[in-house]
Write a protein that binds this ligand. Structure first.
Ligand code: SF4
Length: 257
């Protein structure tokens, strides 16, 4: 359906859109756009309508339009949302206020700077670190369904960063490693093919890691993929506590005796 198709009834909905060019403007402002109201439009459709027919200078990120790429996250009436999965009909006839994700620097309008999150993924080494050398001739590293099930939920993360914008701890202290990075660290720590848990521990168990989390749970509430980062953090806390007790009960080197 073309983005500029008018609603048959002529109904409109107001978008109040955050506008800001930090290099050129002292203060942000909100621009109001009357856009056609359609039952089947999501907020991203309405933004695309503005961009295509009303104001081509509006800047925002999007790509897949199907909840996979994770790039269209914004604050919608104060809640972090994927705008490709947030329907106008859930707000009509009230206005919809659209802002950049909370707690991230604004590059322009609704586009945020993701560097902090990307560095955190790097810090926790959010990738598979093979636990043993394996040649091509040895074939693939097989995994049972039960082994897959241990981490599968955490692997559904699409890096949308909604959980960071919902996290009051991250809001106060951007040094906190945060929900998604810890969930992704757990995703690899729980993978039977991975041997990187010790490498990740230094960051995950640091002052800026899991112990910063006060288990508010908003990260899990807003996650569009049911990753449950709050559970990942609590799992990591339990694992760390068990390791601590074991290190007390079984002093270093005793296991080999
Ligand atoms: S854990 Fe959920 S909310 Fe956080 S980045 Fe991943 S998909 Fe997005």
């Amino acid at each position: 359906m073309a983005a500029n198709d008018a609603d048959q009834s002529g109904r409109k909905i107001i978008l109040e859109v955050f506008r800001y060019r930090p290099d050129e403007e002292d203060e942000p402002r909100f621009d109001r756009y009357d856009v056609p109201y359609r039952e089947d439009w999501v907020v991203l459709d309405a933004l695309n309508h503005v961009k295509d027919t009303m104001d081509g200078t509006l800047s925002y990120r999007w790509a897949c339009r199907m909840g996979v790429c994770g790039s269209c996250g914004m604050m919608v009436n104060g809640e972090p949302k994927l705008t490709c999965a947030t329907f106008l009909r859930d707000y009509y006839p009230e206005p919809i206020r659209i802002e950049p994700l909370d707690y991230f620097p604004v590059i322009r309008d609704l586009v945020i700077n993701m560097d902090d999150f990307l560095h955190k993924l790097d810090d926790v080494q959010a990738w598979l670190i093979p636990k043993e050398e394996r040649s091509v001739s040895e074939g693939e590293y097989r995994q049972s369904p039960a082994e897959l099930a241990r981490y599968k939920q955490f692997s559904m993360c699409i890096n949308c960063m909604l959980c960071y914008s919902a996290c009051p701890v991250y809001g106060r202290h951007q040094g906190f490693i945060g929900p998604a990075a810890i969930a992704l660290a757990q995703r690899y720590n729980l993978d039977s093919r991975d041997g990187g848990a010790e490498d990740r521990a230094e960051v995950i168990f640091s002052h800026e890691g899991i112990w910063e989390c006060t288990f508010v749970g908003d990260c899990t509430r807003v996650c569009p993929k049911n990753v449950d980062p709050a559970a990942a953090i609590q799992q990591a806390k339990v694992a760390a506590t068990k390791d601590l007790f074991m290190s007390v009960l079984v002093p270093h080197g005793t296991k080999e005796q």
